[in-house]
Design a protein around this ligand. Structure first.
Ligand SMILES: [Fe+2]
Ligand SMILES: [Fe+2]
Length: 334
């Protein structure tokens, strides 16, 4: 983690192709090796396979190879960076973004099992693996908040309670919507329309747009400043896990639309709901201390959404394009 590139440099450069060697480095690095992997390459890697999406068995095999041990991370240097090197403004911005993730990981972990019921047997393998990934991500943030930020708490729920004041989504937003959609799927697990609405919010919006944007902002900050090595390692490994989640989710949505082209209406309606709510009832986040402007974060959002939909052959409706221009980005993830 030695490079000192400006955090937004790659945003302005746009998409680029990865070499075979870069792909191998991302796929085969062990946890220690992940510290040397560039976060921009991992975000690019998420999109690499979208045009020819891997099947669920292949994603499950990748999971078995890429699984990492969250208890191997050592946060000693991160604690020093957090308390002695980062400014109060940097800490506040960072925590405002990371808290959405802290809560998001735990929520997606407990809301994924209902989606498994109506899935094909191959997809069940992939979802079982994803639930374990999300559990590990929950422990990653629990450790970061206890050992680096220093929030008090006897158990996972206590520490979540202590970071809640920084969460920017207040009642209404994608996570509130996901709780509702998970309940809909729980009541009718084989209702394909309910599953597509759930999948659009969880895999496309929360993981594919929000989560990858948070990763990009906080990890490019850490790399730029040379701070928080264990956070960088664990969260970049998390990003590699998310690439499997996004690919599986986009595979699911693509198959659903191919089987029944009217499913695209469910995808558009769900995005309409999310975009209409976005930012309206949320606390504002100041990104500047981490090297980002509000406009750059917005640009990152749209890039993330457009690339995913475009790569799997799903178009945006014209009114959604208009809505996108008005959205205030609020970062969180799972
Ligand atoms: Fe995920
Ligand atoms: Fe996750």
């Amino acid at each position: 983690m030695t490079e000192r590139k400006s955090p937004t440099a790659v945003l302005h450069e746009g998409p680029r192709a990865l070499t075979d060697e870069q792909v191998r480095e991302i796929e085969e690095s062990d946890l220690k090796g992940v510290l040397d992997v560039d976060i921009d390459d991992v975000i690019e890697y998420v999109h690499k396979d979208l045009k020819t999406l891997p099947d669920f068995t292949m994603l499950y095999r990748k999971y078995l190879e890429q699984r990492w041990n969250v208890y191997e991370l050592d946060f000693t240097q991160d604690k020093i960076d957090w308390t002695e090197k980062m400014t109060e403004d940097e800490r506040q911005s960072f925590i405002a973004i990371a808290s959405g993730f802290h809560h998001g990981e735990r929520q997606v972990e407990i809301e994924l099992p209902v989606f498994m019921i109506g899935a094909s047997e191959e997809e069940k393998l992939h979802i079982a693996a994803q639930i374990e990934d999300e559990a590990r991500h929950t422990v990653f943030f629990d450790r970061f908040y206890r050992e680096v930020v220093g929030l008090p708490g006897e158990d996972i729920m206590d520490v979540l309670g202590a970071s809640f004041p920084w969460v920017s989504e207040t009642f209404l937003g994608p996570f509130g919507l996901l709780a509702y959609q998970a309940d809909e799927v729980r009541r009718n697990p084989y209702d394909e329309r309910a599953r597509v609405r759930y999948g659009t919010n969880y895999f496309l919006w929360i993981e594919g747009v929000l989560a990858l944007s948070v990763m990009k902002v906080t990890l490019s900050y850490a790399r730029w400043r040379g701070f928080l090595p264990a956070y960088y390692t664990g969260f970049t490994a998390t990003c590699r896990d998310e690439s499997r989640h996004v690919q599986g989710g986009m595979r699911y949505l693509q198959d659903a639309v191919r089987k029944d082209p009217t499913m695209i209406n469910e995808i558009h309606d769900t995005l309409r709901t999310i975009l209409s709510l976005s930012g309206v009832y949320s606390r504002e986040i100041y990104y500047e201390p981490l090297g980002w402007t509000q406009d750059e974060v917005r640009m990152l959002f749209f890039q993330q959404l457009r690339r995913k939909l475009g790569d799997v052959g799903i178009d945006l409706a014209p009114d959604l394009e208009e809505l996108l221009q008005r959205v205030q980005p609020v970062l969180a993830g799972g």
